[in-house]
Ligand binder design. Sequence first.
Ligand SMILES: O=C(O)CCC(=O)C(=O)O
Ligand SMILES: [Fe+2]
Length: 334
Amino acid sequence: MSKRIHAFFQPIPKKSKTEDVETEDITRTNHPTYPFPIADLPSHIANSLKDPAKPARSITNQPDLDLLYFQPLLSASVARDLFHFLRAELPFYRVQYTIRRGGIDTQINTPRFTTVFGVDETSQFHIPPTDSPQSGSLPPSSSLIDTQKQIPVPKTRYARPPRPIPPCLSALRHLVERVSGTTYNFCLVNYYASGNDSITYHSDDERFLGNDPTIASLSLGAKRDFLMKHKPPTSTSTTNVPPALESKPLKFPLASGDMIVMRGPTQAHWLHSIPKRKAEVGGAGQGRINITFRRAVVPGGTDNYYRYNVGDGGVYRWSDAKGEMELISDECKG
Ligand SMILES: O=C(O)CCC(=O)C(=O)O
Ligand SMILES: [Fe+2]
């Protein structure tokens, strides 16, 4: 086993002490695909990831809509600590790409920070026994194993090397899996630095997620409106969509700690968005993190997620001194 892969399972302890308060050791997890080691959750957050006090509300009162609304999933103080922890510890990207529109190449600047971890069902990260001896060094791809054949994944399977979900997000994934009754192999993270960051109307209905995918979406930090509107009925529509539904969106004012789980036919028939929002006068701390948990079934999903959420540009990391994301390297590692 290579030293670097070993490091993924043997966190690096780092002592941190202040003058009169002894704080706990911070352990970090490294992997060859990470631009820097990622801290594990401090125990006060990890121990607070419990089932919510209030059960979720089921929302199925619109055609083709099936939502579970946890209001909240996490208490305000846990959500606040998790927000600050994840913003400080994860690598982020500001992805640019070109699309061809009407025969012309158009550059798209993703209007928010993004990052992603995980791999589709055809592969899994091999977890070596922690007491195995370190021998030689294996290429990073050797840690990915074909799920069926249990042999190393050929390098040609993925355009960009998939990244294992770090322990800090895995802990959250386990809670989300338990309360939503579904398993996930991807975490997509958005950071909306201000009201100017957004996501336009879309649905997460790609074929690589299979039919009727369940997507769990957790909000941390600033409150933002989550809008949903029914797709225009097609000639093959089986449900009767009243015209009013097409014009007036549903509005969920998602607060820190809230989670919406979109299920069943929701992605096939509904669009969702986080529109830009005017800055509040004197409004500080407008940042918001959103984490979606999903399950991709084929390698095309993995390629899509890394292309649009990591891309080929520089790595950003939160700077406490500057109070904003800072470009720390011009080239993406991975
Ligand atoms: O930020 C949100 O609440 C939604 C994010 C989203 O729709 C997505 O990442 O696909
Ligand atoms: Fe989405």
